[in-house]
Ligand binder design. Structure first.
Ligand SMILES: O=c1ccn([C@H]2C[C@H](O)[C@@H](CO)O2)c(=O)[nH]1
Ligand SMILES: [Zn+2]
Length: 134
């Protein structure tokens, strides 16, 4: 099983594949599954800016596409080449709140500093499946 530092290193490898010709802000993500499998994600931009997909959504979608679900995901690392540690955008927080357990560790890093968080901290007062399906 990868350590936190190793998972962050995987996310930096994914970041090398970032397609960000517009923002030039490069993000990488890595999902660690409980069986040891790792999925990468990176940000993929588009000339129609709203069609951009963030790194962390790409990584979690890749895990789900292989059949993994929240109970089989151990951790998520999200890294960028920004000057400071940045949390996931609002869309990603909403998506991650449905696709990850709320206490699954999320490691943020910019290569100089890192911070651990989870969905409960990133997204208080969540709007969830239970609110929609009554
Ligand atoms: O948490 C984040 C925040 C931003 N981005 C991407 C989207 C876009 O390509 C670029 C600038 O917003 O960074 C991510 O991938 N994840
Ligand atoms: Zn996002």
């Amino acid at each position: 099983m990868l350590t936190k530092e190793e998972l962050i290193a995987e996310a930096f490898k994914a970041m090398k594949n970032s397609y960000a010709p517009y923002s030039k802000y490069h993000v990488g993500a890595a999902v660690l599954c409980k069986d040891g499998t790792v999925f990468w994600g990176t940000n993929i931009e588009n000339a129609s800016f709203g069609a951009t997909n963030c790194a962390e959504r790409s990584a979690v979608f890749a895990a789900y596409s292989r059949g993994y679900r929240k109970d089989s995901i151990a951790a998520l690392a999200i890294v960028s080449d920004g000057d400071r540690i940045a949390g996931p955008c609002g869309i990603c927080r909403q998506v991650l709140s449905e696709l990850l357990d709320h206490h699954t560790p999320i490691y943020l890093s910019n290569g100089r500093e890192s911070q651990d968080t989870d969905i409960d901290e990133l997204l208080p007062l969540q709007f969830t499946t239970e609110d929609v399906i009554r």
